[in-house]
Design a protein around this ligand. Sequence first.
Ligand SMILES: [Zn+2]
Length: 300
Amino acid sequence: STRLSFTEGNVTSVFSLTWQVRHESCGLPIIHHSKYVCDLPTNHRFPMGKFPRVLHFLFKDQVITENQVWVPEIASSDLLSCVINDEGIVTRCRYETGEVKNLLIILQPYEPLIPSPLFTGGTLLAAELALQRGLACSTAGGTHHAFPGFGSGFCLLNDLAVAAKYVSASLKRKVLIVDLDVHQGDGTAFIFKEEPRVFTFSVHCGKNFPLRKQQSDLDISVDDGLEDKDYLSTVEDHLPWLLDTFRPDLVLYDAGVDPHREDELGKLCLTDQGEPIIDLNLHSSISEFLVSTSWSSVPV
Ligand SMILES: [Zn+2]
């Protein structure tokens, strides 16, 4: 069993649930681990508490029940090494032992078990389950700025890349990465620039981090201040033909919520109404265009 704690305002609540990998569980699989969060300094900019809060609201709003929650394992170093090079592995080990204090701008080794390999394990499990069942979501991940040799922009390991590499190389399946985080998926684009089985599609704000963009298979750079309708039509201008021509076996969707108008780093103007419409339209595009397509979502 796993205990999950989350903080809401000043009140800390603790769920005590029996979550294990349940092969008999029904309904949409939601992948979550209580260690998706670690302690950060109180004034730290990265809102790590969002990961358990996603799960909290799924329960609170009665969207899911306990038996839909799957607990991932940490991604093995064999799988990680498919994407991370020697330099990256050395850096990661030094980071984990606390030797590197400021490897990332943000995350510091406050716990020996840092969440990043767990995000990656969660995305791998989501990919597996999506291939088996058609759809699965993880409450964390989408760490698309991580490169093979170094981490960047709050991202230590590229969970999307590890999962896409596993599915494309080991399972010989085609993967489409749809990255709608407001920032370009630069690490993912770099990793798959010469990999025909993985197609990277990124819609992002052009005048935003990272300053130096990489080349995805398809990049759509949008202007500051874009609103729901134009954002939606931008995605719809490209996704249908992409699905029709590339015909992926699995879609990994980085469902970043930072195009929202209230995101301090986002610069776009999507609303509470617009964001879910985009998610819903994406899901229906997939089922219309490719019945056999699997789907996996990771918010960052
Ligand atoms: Zn982002």
